[in-house]
Design a binder for this molecule. Structure first.
Ligand code: C2G
Length: 447
């Protein structure tokens, strides 16, 4: 009996897949199909497979061409499978020509001609969300590149003064818009990274036009306005999501689960620091006015673990700032101290100071340590008095986490609900802290 094996993702099964499977089957007497698991696919840079592993396996079983369907879960599994199932022929489409020649040591390798004109990506693209980008920050470039990696979303328009982005979109099928209204007409959803003082207007205009919004945090600089926008989004059945990329990263979410699961006992303190020292002391007023102050640039990220672990019901709060410009309300460094029932927390942020950007969560049994820069983490440690019990956790973090944020945004648009990566209470409380800073009342000044 000649045994044949082939592998694939087989998302949204189409006639290209079916033709490949028929020809694979015809090569022998028994066909095994390996279906790539979602996680394995992520590590190959293919994200947002639309169907779950079970759905994809069931679709193949229902099709009835394969004699056996298995899951492909790890790198290097193909050699194990070929040996274990005593395979004679490995086959795959010609888009992989040459790639699997190393398997010739174990069995015959045949590349079958790929069917032209059809692919899962194409099917997903047809249903794709058109994304518009607005703002002048270089971060916009990162979003454009990361959105390209997420299946089901395409950048169709940009509205920016940033020359790097203009250069990058040249020659691509992306419209460069001279006005925000023009941009909104060319997309279904928008990513906003304009100055925080403009967010309220920019978000409102997008929502009123029926566009979903992903906005760089803080959503606004006034709490009342933030809540008004969440209500507006919900009334219109639109997604309004806070863009704090750390909130969507796997490592950070696992960390939260470990804390909530009691791994370090009862949490007594949270200390989070985020700094990035620029040349702000050389700036003149016109640049200061256009730039993000420290509390807007880093506050949302630094406050994230505090509000997600301790909740938003603090009893006392103290803001201490070193100001670059009182008039422009621009802080070079701010420390925010909280007292919650049974827990103390502190966030330190600065674009005019340098410090160790780590996160420490201390509990009655042990502590979690996330090394700098903790907000881009793929790694953290749980540490105990007895070091033998210490554990290290590693998770893949690609594209600084931006692609996971875009994926979460896409999923929220598709399903109509946002998963609890970041709830509105947390987004709102971040805005409240920033509003209090901007009002100046109760802020202790270092000069
Ligand atoms: N295919 C084809 N014609 C198409 C589309 C796909 O012949 N128009 C073939 C592919 O070449 C592959 C199989 O159908 O052999 C499954 O395609 P995908 O689901 O896109 O899987 P892929 O990501 O190519 O996975 O490690 C090898 C991979 O697992 C192959």
């Amino acid at each position: 009996m000649i045994k044949v094996i082939t592998y694939g993702t087989f998302d949204l099964l189409h006639h290209g897949h079916i033709r490949l499977l028929q020809r694979a089957k015809a090569l022998g007497d028994y066909l095994i199909v390996g279906v790539t698991t979602d996680d394995f696919d992520k590590s190959r840079g293919k994200i947002n497979v639309q169907q779950s592993l079970m759905e994809r396996i069931e679709a193949l079983q229902d099709l009835g061409i394969a004699d056996e369907v298995i899951a492909e879960e790890y790198e290097g599994q193909k050699i194990d499978d070929i040996k274990r199932y005593d395979i004679d022929i490995f086959t795959v489409g010609s888009d992989w020509e040459g790639h699997f020649d190393y398997l010739k040591e174990y069995c015959e390798v045949i590349y079958l001609k790929r069917t032209e004109g059809i692919s899962s990506s194409e099917i997903r693209r047809r249903q794709g969300i058109r994304l518009g980008l607005i703002g002048d920050s270089p971060v916009l470039c990162k979003y454009k590149r990361e959105a390209e990696i997420v299946n089901g979303i395409d950048v169709t328009a940009v509205c920016t003064d940033n020359e790097e982005i203009m250069g990058e979109v040249q020659g691509q099928d992306i419209s460069v818009c001279s006005s925000y209204d023009e941009l909104l007409d060319l997309c279904d959803a928008v990513y906003i990274i304009t100055h925080p003082s403009r967010h309220y207007d920019d978000i409102k205009r997008a929502l009123l036009k029926g566009r979903h919004v992903l906005c760089e945090s803080p959503i606004t600089v006034k709490y009342g306005e933030c809540m008004e926008l969440f209500r507006l989004a919900s009334d219109k059945g639109l997604v309004l999501m806070d863009a704090i990329k750390t909130a969507y990263s796997t490592a950070f979410n696992r960390l939260l689960l470990l804390v909530k699961g009691g791994k370090i006992g009862k949490v007594l303190s949270i200390d989070s620091t985020c700094t990035s020292l620029g040349n702000i002391y050389e700036w003149d007023k016109s640049i200061i006015r256009k730039s993000w102050n420290s509390i807007c640039a880093w506050g949302p990220t630094a406050l994230l673990p505090i509000f997600q672990i301790a909740g938003t019901g603090y009893r006392k709060k103290t803001l201490t700032s070193y100001m670059l410009s009182e008039e422009e309300k621009f802080d070079a460094y701010t420390k925010i101290d909280f007292i919650f029932p049974g827990l103390a927390a502190s966030a330190r942020v600065g674009t005019g100071a340098k410090s160790e950007g780590d996160l420490v969560i201390s509990g009655t049994k042990g502590y979690i340590y996330v090394p700098a820069p903790w907000w881009k983490t793929d790694y953290f440690e749980v540490r105990y008095e007895n070091q033998e019990n210490n554990r290290r956790y590693f998770y893949q973090l690609d594209g600084e986490g931006i692609r996971y944020e875009i994926l979460a945004f896409l999923r929220a648009m598709e399903s109509g609900k946002r998963k609890n990566y970041l709830n509105e209470d947390v987004s709102g409380m971040i805005v409240k802290i920033i509003e209090e800073f901007e009002s100046g009342t109760g802020v202790q000044k270092l000069i």
